[in-house]
Design a protein around this ligand. Structure first.
Ligand code: ZN
Length: 154
């Protein structure tokens, strides 16, 4: 089988016969090893990282802000974004910003010993979501403020 490669010395296009251990560039005479050709081909074919999992949040270009307030200092909140990302701990008064990839996200808010699942759909280029969470008098609340300003979950 012939493999289309480019001479790394002069840039000439070469049809490399992969039954041979090496060839010489027709243009500049550079010795081209079969091993280096196969390595180059494998690198070209390496698929781009495609993941169906929700992406871990990152701080740059945040489109989600989460705040947490608790009337009891020993009741904390842990937020699970899924996708193998690290859970994020919130103590009372904490506010953190995140960047989520566009798409549907199921986020679990664990407040005290109870867990609440909420869905957020991130629209590319859309305005940031604001999520206000808290624990007050033995009750948890989670308010998701849509980019438009309406509350879609409580
Ligand atoms: Zn060459």
């Amino acid at each position: 089988m012939d493999i289309s490669v480019i001479c790394n010395n002069c840039g000439a296009p070469i049809q490399f016969d992969d039954t041979k251990e090496y060839m010489f560039c027709w243009s500049c005479g550079q010795k081209i090893l079969r091993l280096s050709v196969l390595t180059a081909v494998m690198q070209q074919q390496k698929p781009a990282a495609i993941s169906n999992k929700p992406q871990a949040p990152r701080a740059a270009g945040s489109n989600l802000a989460i705040t947490y307030d608790s009337s009891m200092s020993n009741v904390n909140m842990t937020v699970f974004f899924g996708g193998g990302s690290q859970p994020v701990l919130f103590t009372s008064g904490k506010s953190k910003k995140f960047h989520l990839e566009p798409g549907h996200h199921d986020i679990v808010f664990q407040i005290g010993n109870r867990s609440y699942r909420r869905s957020i759909d991130i629209i590319p280029g859309g305005a940031a979501y604001k999520v206000e969470c808290g624990w007050c008098d033995g009750r948890a609340y989670i308010s998701i403020l849509q980019p438009s300003g309406g509350i879609i979950g409580s």
